[in-house]
Design a protein around this ligand. Structure first.
Ligand code: NI
Length: 138
């Protein structure tokens, strides 16, 4: 973090009360850190609206016995090989697998990969976690 600045914010008292209850539940010790995180979240959302490079993670859960599913997922991952930094595969049980793909690239490319994986028949869960490359978010 660079140099710090203090600023005042006016807001309805009920809003602040509810915010304080929420951040206490979330484990924050003070409002400043909670507000910093909200600002960071907004900046990351904004990064993802741009066409700049971002980072993220795609989580998949599927039954590997489903016909053709594994081949389809592998084909897609090979097509988007330049975006995928690493893949972690976990055998959850006899049938179910979980994969976490660490990705980095342009927002529209990552979203395309995410939508393709999500739409494969037999995929039980597919989530995209939007991360920042960290350059603009301090
Ligand atoms: Ni597996």
């Amino acid at each position: 973090m660079g140099s710090l600045i203090r600023f005042g914010v006016s807001l309805p008292i009920e809003l602040l009360k509810n915010f304080d209850i929420l951040i206490k539940k979330m484990g924050y010790n003070n409002r400043s850190e909670a507000i910093r995180d909200l600002i960071r979240k907004s900046l990351i959302e904004e990064e993802w609206k741009s066409k700049k490079e971002v980072a993220g993670a795609i989580l998949l859960v599927y039954n590997h016995h489903t016909r053709e599913l594994v081949n389809k997922l592998l084909d897609i991952q090979h097509d988007f090989g330049k975006l995928i930094i690493s893949v972690q595969h976990v055998h959850l049980d006899h049938d179910n697998c979980m994969e976490v793909l660490a990705v980095k690239g342009k927002t529209h490319e990552i979203k395309e990969l995410y939508y393709k994986l999500k739409s494969v028949r037999g995929v039980k869960q597919c989530e995209l976690v939007k991360a920042t490359t960290g350059k603009k978010v301090k």
